[in-house]
Design a protein around this ligand. Structure first.
Ligand code: SAM
Length: 241
C-alpha cells in the first residue's frame, strides 16, 4: 500500500506527521467534519453504536477517538467503562472538554497512546471501535494485530472508514467532490491546507470492501462483514475474535 503522509517536504515519519496534523486541526475538526460529510457522519457513528450495543459489551475501547464523538455516542450502551485512545493530545483535550460538559467523565477515560503499541493487557476489551482512524495508522497490519491482541475472545471489532463508491453516477460524483469541492472547503475553513489534501489522498488509496475484509481475515478476525454506507462513501466493517 502506498504510504501517503500529510507533509510532503517533511522528514518526519507518517506517525509523527499525523500527530502534528491532528494537533494543528483539532480546534476545527468537529465543525469541518460536519461540513465535509453534510452531517451524515453522525448517522454513520449511530450505526456503529447499534452494532456494538447488540453485543452488550461491558468494556469498550474506541481507538483513534480524536475529539471523542464515537466514545460519547457509545455511552448509551450498557458498558461500564469506555476508553478513548488517541495519539494527538490536541484532539484528546477537545474530547475531554466535551465529555466533562456531558458529565460522562466517570464512564469515559481519554488516554494518550499509539494504536500500534497499546498500554493494555491481552484480551482486555469486549468491544473495540475505530472511526476514520485505521487509514491514519503508520502500518495498518501492526495496528490491526494490536487490536486483535487486546480484544477478548468472542469480542466485537467495528471499523468505520471512508471508501469509494463503485457504481455510476456516484463514482463520478465522488471523484468530482473530492477533487474540486473538498480542497476548497479545506482552503476556506482550515488553518492547515495539507491536512485536507492528505485526508483526500489517503482515502483514495486505502483498501475498502473485500480488500479490507481480507486483511482483517489475514490478521485472524472471523465473521468479517462489511456494510457500505451512503452510496459507498463510507463502510462499516464488523468482525470478531
Ligand atoms: C480522522 S480522526 C477520527 C477521530 C474520531 N474517531 C472521529 O470519528 O471523528 C483520526 C484520529 O486518528 C488518530 N490517530 C492516528 N494515528 C494514530 C495512532 N497510531 N494511534 C492512535 N491514534 C491515532 C489521530 O490523532 C486522529 O485523532
Amino acid at each position: 500500500m502506498t504510504k501517503i503522509k500529510p507533509y510532503k517536504d517533511s522528514d518526519l515519519g507518517k506517525k509523527e506527521q499525523v500527530t502534528k496534523m491532528f494537533d494543528t486541526i483539532s480546534g476545527d475538526y468537529d465543525g469541518l467534519n460536519r461540513v465535509i460529510s453534510f452531517g451524515i457522519d453522525i448517522k454513520w457513528r449511530k450505526k456503529v453504536v447499534k452494532l456494538v450495543k447488540e453485543t452488550n459489551p461491558e468494556t469498550i475501547l474506541d481507538i483513534a477517538t480524536g475529539t471523542g464523538d464515537l466514545a460519547i455516542n457509545l455511552a448509551e450502551t450498557n458498558a461500564t467503562k469506555i476508553i478513548g485512545l488517541d495519539i494527538s493530545s490536541g484532539m484528546l483535550e477537545i474530547g475531554k472538554e466535551k465529555i466533562k460538559k456531558k458529565a460522562l467523565d466517570s464512564k469515559i477515560d481519554m488516554v494518550l497512546g499509539d494504536s500500534e503499541n497499546m498500554p493494555f493487557e491481552d484480551n482486555s476489551f469486549d468491544a473495540i471501535t475505530v472511526a476514520f482512524g485505521v487509514r491514519n495508522f503508520e502500518t495498518l497490519e501492526n495496528g490491526l494485530k494490536e487490536i486483535y491482541r487486546v480484544l477478548k475472545p468472542n469480542g466485537t471489532f467495528v471499523i468505520l472508514e471512508t471508501s469509494i463508491p463503485t457504481k455510476t453516477p456516484y463514482k463520478q460524483g465522488y471523484k468530482f467532490y473530492t477533487k474540486n469541492i473538498l480542497p476548497l472547503i479545506g482552503k476556506l475553513f482550515s488553518k492547515d491546507r495539507s491536512a485536507y489534501k492528505y485526508l483526500c489522498e489517503s482515502a483514495s488509496v486505502f483498501p475498502y470492501g473485500e480488500a479490507l475484509n481480507n486483511i482483517l481475515r489475514k490478521i485472524g478476525f472471523i465473521n468479517v462483514e462489511d456494510f457500505p454506507q451512503t452510496f459507498g462513501v463510507a463502510t462499516i466493517y464488523k468482525s470478531s475474535k
